[in-house]
Design a protein around this ligand. Structure first.
Ligand code: URP
Ligand code: ZN
Ligand code: ZN
Length: 478
């Protein structure tokens, strides 16, 4: 086993920052020491196998992206990142664990969907990975399978109030699944949008000839998000199920979550970088360009981008500060323009939903520190510590302390990152919704369980290094 000393940096946690050296032995952190400590009677730097100089830099726990979709089947195609390409991109961006979504659809057995996801990921990942379980078909069989997931290390499942005919669950199905969630402690994750209402609005728009990507966001009105969020909260209240609402983008949905939390409910919410930075107005602007009005397809995701005029983006930042929202995940769901997004050229409903961001989450959220939206500590909390606690990984992940996995990022606040397909892009996509974003900060070194994956602008990872994470129940419940 080899030893590494990360020396001279500022160790940042969710609760504070301290000048300290971090000693790694094999895959674990074994000590957090006073800078230059000679507590053991000698200068550690001269006896360890490797020294990483972190002078002037932040030393943070590796990012945990708790919402990704590698190879997700959607709209007649598949998300374009494999577990291999997507986890390499994650590592480049300072994310050392992901939680992806195994898929079960109507008529399929949960166990089969899960086994398939294990096949896709095993031996292919560069960073550690866990799974949530999508229940796309709630029936007696899938309900019976839910409690058994806990022994498999899968302690959360997602249902959809959107996408009728695909992944959709009605209220009766949701109620039954939530009763099991309440009994077992499994976290219910919810895609909270009123799908039937959205589908009618979308059909009406298309009939009026409004077929461009921008109308995706018009059909998916914030009222549909607020209403579904409220309904999910009420069903969680009725059953006692812990509820985690994914990809929140409407300020009205945040207000629903805040009220429920004020009432003492175990209700949580995540947002994603796109809802902090991008807007419906930008998507409108992309209607008249070289793509013939279609460039807005790169912004098509659900929930959709919201109007900046209505102030949703500022409200999301505020909710992150006040803990009305607890986490930032990417909902990484990449599709290329060519042959994928293009499927919806004549009808926005056929555009596969999703944006690729796994590589940029740590940088984009650090930009919130630079602009004063969040503190340094909150950056770590939102991107690593809370994801670990929320999804049963805390202690081994999400923190720099003795005994934890040595998942560590050395982040240079004086570095710079220019995001662009030809610059810093390792995701398997032919475009980036983040093209042209400039970040004051840089992911310098990325370590996963003691192994350096990225340093000096070079990738040293090997596929298969990433291990499956058997998760415990949430450590975040009140
Ligand atoms: O646009 C999105 N979010 N695509 C992925 C599927 C989902 O609903 O998370
Ligand atoms: Zn969703
Ligand atoms: Zn998603």
């Amino acid at each position: 086993m080899s030893t590494t000393l990360i020396k001279g940096g500022t160790v940042v946690s969710a609760t504070g920052r301290v000048a300290a050296d971090v000693l790694v032995d094999g895959a674990r952190i074994v000590a957090v020491l006073e800078p230059g400590s000679t507590a053991l009677g000698h200068d550690l730097a001269s006896t360890v196998d490797a020294v990483i100089d972190a002078t002037g830099k932040y030393v943070i726990p590796g990012g945990i992206d708790a919402h990704t979709h590698m190879q997700l089947p959607f709209g007649g195609t598949f998300a374009s990142d494999t577990f291999e390409t997507g986890t390499a991109a994650a590592a480049w961006g300072g994310t050392t664990s992901i939680i992806d979504f195994a898929v079960q659809r109507t008529g399929e057995k949960v166990q089969d969907g899960l086994a398939h996801w294990h096949e896709l990921a095993a031996g292919n990942c560069h960073v550690d990975y866990g799974f949530h379980q999508i229940i796309g078909g709630v029936d007696e069989d899938s309900l019976a399978a839910l409690p058994k997931l806990i022994d498999e290390g899968i302690t959360s499942f997602k249902m959809f109030m959107a996408y009728p005919g695909v992944f959709y669950s009605d209220d009766a199905q949701i109620l039954k699944a939530m009763q099991i969630s309440a009994d077992t402690g499994l976290m219910t994750m919810m895609h909270a949008e009123n799908g039937p209402v959205i589908d009618v609005l979308a059909e009406q728009l298309v009939k009026q000839g409004k077929i461009e990507p921008y109308y995706h966001g018009i059909a998916r009105a914030w009222q549909a998000e607020e209403e579904a969020t409220h309904r999910a909260i009420m069903l969680s209240h009725l059953t006692g199920a812990p509820l985690y609402v994914v990809h929140v983008s409407a300020k009205q949905a945040v207000a629903q979550l805040a009220t429920a939390r004020d009432n003492g409910q175990n209700v949580f919410g995540e947002t994603c970088p796109q809802y902090l930075y991008m807007s419906l107005e930008e998507q409108l602007g992309a209607m008249s360009d070289e793509w013939g009005g279609f460039e807005g397809a790169k912004y098509v995701c659900s929930t959709p981008l919201r109007s900046r005029e209505e102030g949703h983006q500022d409200h999301m930042w505020q909710a992150l500060r006040t803990n009305d929202l607890q986490m930032v995940s990417t909902d990484h769901c990449p599709f290329c323009m060519k042959d994928q997004k293009e499927l919806g050229k004549g009808d926005f409903r056929a555009i596969p939903n999703g944006i690729g961001s796994i590589e940029h989450r740590m940088d984009l959220m650090y930009q919130g520190v630079v602009t004063g939206q969040i503190t340094l500590e909150r950056w770590v909390e939102l991107t690593s510590t809370t994801p670990a606690r929320m999804f049963g990984l805390y202690g081994t992940k999400g923190v720099i302390q003795p005994g934890a996995d040595a998942d560590i990022v050395v982040y240079d606040p004086n570095g710079h990152t220019s995001i662009g397909v030809d610059k810093t892009h390792h995701m398997n996509m032919d475009h980036s919704a983040w093209e042209g974003y400039e970040i004051d900060g840089h992911v310098d070194v990325v370590i996963s369980r003691g192994t350096v994956l990225v340093s000096d602008g070079e990738f040293h990872g090997t596929k298969g290094h990433g291990s499956f994470l058997k998760r415990g129940l949430s450590q975040y419940l009140i």
